[in-house]
Design a protein around this ligand. Structure first.
Ligand SMILES: Cc1ncc(COP(=O)(O)O)c(C=O)c1O
Length: 350
């Protein structure tokens, strides 16, 4: 066409997980929470008035910042609200990277990072992920922006906050710790934002808080970094409905914690059951499981025929694995029954 910059013309965009139109499927492919958000979220949305929609929203989402600051033990000026965690990633790549300023991360990880680097036309340093070992290489690369996804998607493992602190100390650039899945782990990196002025923690309301449909994320960092990021964000990155919904959700910690516990207990059961079926499964610290099997691709296709959607990445290191979101007990039972059937057929048992 010739209208686009050559980079855009040639690149493939980010491929989101498939969103089936029919509600009659078992959808375990995009790591949504299977349990609904706090009832207070819907009550709050229902209580909104035409006036709330007629006016532009609060540009900084201060109601949410105040509620989140209280829950997380930080200050309002430590928080930036964004249109999903993805928006924060986008803002950070635009703010810190250019042709001379690289983005670095360890692969496999969230597939949006290289897409953002491509769009920004910045150098992209991709290191092979090897637990805490890759942090040394990331420190040596010393990029303008280093992203560590913790717990990591799609591998589900969690690096200690102590080693992330050591990395932050060694970097001359910014360390963004992507904690989209941290609600399902026992620890988090917020304390590093108090110790280091180069650390940004990313949070999402899509997973633990069951609000993927709303699009709300936020960043936590030193006031200096937050002020700089504010210059790069959209004029109104979070809308009035999203601010109200996210504020109601984070204010109902009892509901949030109960949902997270339900996911964790199903995660344990699903992990054990998948192992019994012959899958190789690591201990997950997220709301999904990475299950390795030599016939992963065929099993994935077989599940779709049963109206069950999980995620399959035909990528190095992932081609023999399925990423499975932890569902409700009923959804997980349907998945396990279908898997058993598919494996029995493949082994000629039926
Ligand atoms: C690792 C990781 N980071 C960030 C995000 C962004 O989440 P959202 O934009 O839904 O808040 C996701 C979404 O799946 C993710 O997997």
């Amino acid at each position: 066409m010739g209208y686009f910059r050559p980079t855009i013309e040639q690149m493939s965009g980010y491929t989101p997980g498939f969103q089936p139109k029919s509600p009659d499927v078992v959808k375990l492919n995009t790591n949504e929470n299977p349990w609904p958000a706090s009832p207070k979220v819907l009550e709050t949305i229902k209580g909104l008035m035409a006036e709330n929609l007629r006016r532009y929203p609060d540009p900084a989402g201060d109601a949410f910042r105040t509620a989140a600051a209280e829950v997380l033990g930080v200050k309002t000026e430590n928080i930036i609200c964004t249109n999903g965690g993805d928006d924060l990633l986008n803002i950070c790549v635009r703010a810190f990277c250019d042709a001379e300023r690289a983005l670095a991360f360890a692969q496999p990880t969230y597939s949006l990072y290289p897409v953002l680097a491509k769009m920004q036309e910045c150098p992209c340093v991709e290191i092979a992920r090897n637990g805490a070992g890759s942090l040394d290489e990331l420190a040596e690369a010393d990029a303008a922006l280093t992203i560590v996804c913790n717990p990591n998607a799609p591998t589900t493992d969690f690096l200690s906050i102590q080693v992330l602190g050591q990395l932050a100390r060694r970097l001359s650039g910014v360390l963004l710790i992507d904690e989209a899945y941290v609600d399902f782990t026992p620890d988090n990196a917020i304390r590093l934002t108090r110790q280091f002025d180069n650390v940004i923690v990313l949070r999402s309301m899509s997973k633990g808080y069951s609000l993927a449909g709303i699009r709300f994320g936020f960043g936590i960092a030193s006031p200096g970094l937050i002020e700089g990021l504010m210059k790069v964000r959209d004029s109104y990155p979070v809308d009035a409905v999203a601010i109200a919904a996210a504020t109601a959700a984070i204010s109902d910690q009892a509901h949030f914690k109960a949902n997270v516990e339900k996911v964790k207990s199903e995660r344990m059961r699903l992990t054990a059951s998948l192992r019994l079926l012959g899958f190789n499964v690591g201990e997950s610290q997220t709301n999904f499981i990475l299950a390795q099997h030599s016939n992963a691709e065929a099993i994935y296709t077989g599940l779709i025929k049963n109206n069950i959607y999980v995620r399959y990445f035909k990528l190095p290191g992932l081609h023999d694995k399925l990423r499975i979101t932890v569902g409700t007990p009923q959804q997980n039972d349907q998945l396990l029954a279908a898997l058993k059937n598919i494996l029995d057929i493949r082994q000629g048992k039926i």
